[in-house]
Design a protein around this ligand. Sequence first.
Ligand code: AMP
Length: 143
Amino acid sequence: MLVKHILEEKGREVVSVSGTATLAEAARVLALRHIGAVVVHEGKDAVAGILSERDIVTAIAARSVQALADTVAAHMTRRVITCRERDSAEDIMEVMTRKRFRHVPVVEGGELVGIISIGDVVKTRIAETIKEAESLRTYLAAG
Ligand code: AMP
């Protein structure tokens, strides 16, 4: 299964916030949209960084409630690992496991075209496994 197939299934919407937004605003976006991370845009740069719920928790642990008034830019991860539509879901899962993050934006020709979460990849793998088991059962029943 390729990243492209996951996007065709889940859609290509990417929720993003400006680097000038506050952590409180970003937290509201995460809660309202039921997501764990937002892509951060700055000026013309569509993927200037990524901010996940973990970054917000880390900031609050360090600076208490005052952190909520900090900018997203101050706490986001700037070196974002991205993937392409032709990458395999297995490879992305391996990268997420090794690097210990759960979100990977999909970029094609410099354009942000989607985002894949570990939940999307696991859901796809389970669906594939069920399909394989069904095919095997049908094959054995026919034999
Ligand atoms: P997550 O597991 O996605 O909640 O993120 C854990 C940490 O990794 C946070 O500090 C994120 O900012 C960072 N992070 C999440 N996704 C990526 C990514 N694709 N590239 C680089 N860092 C990331």
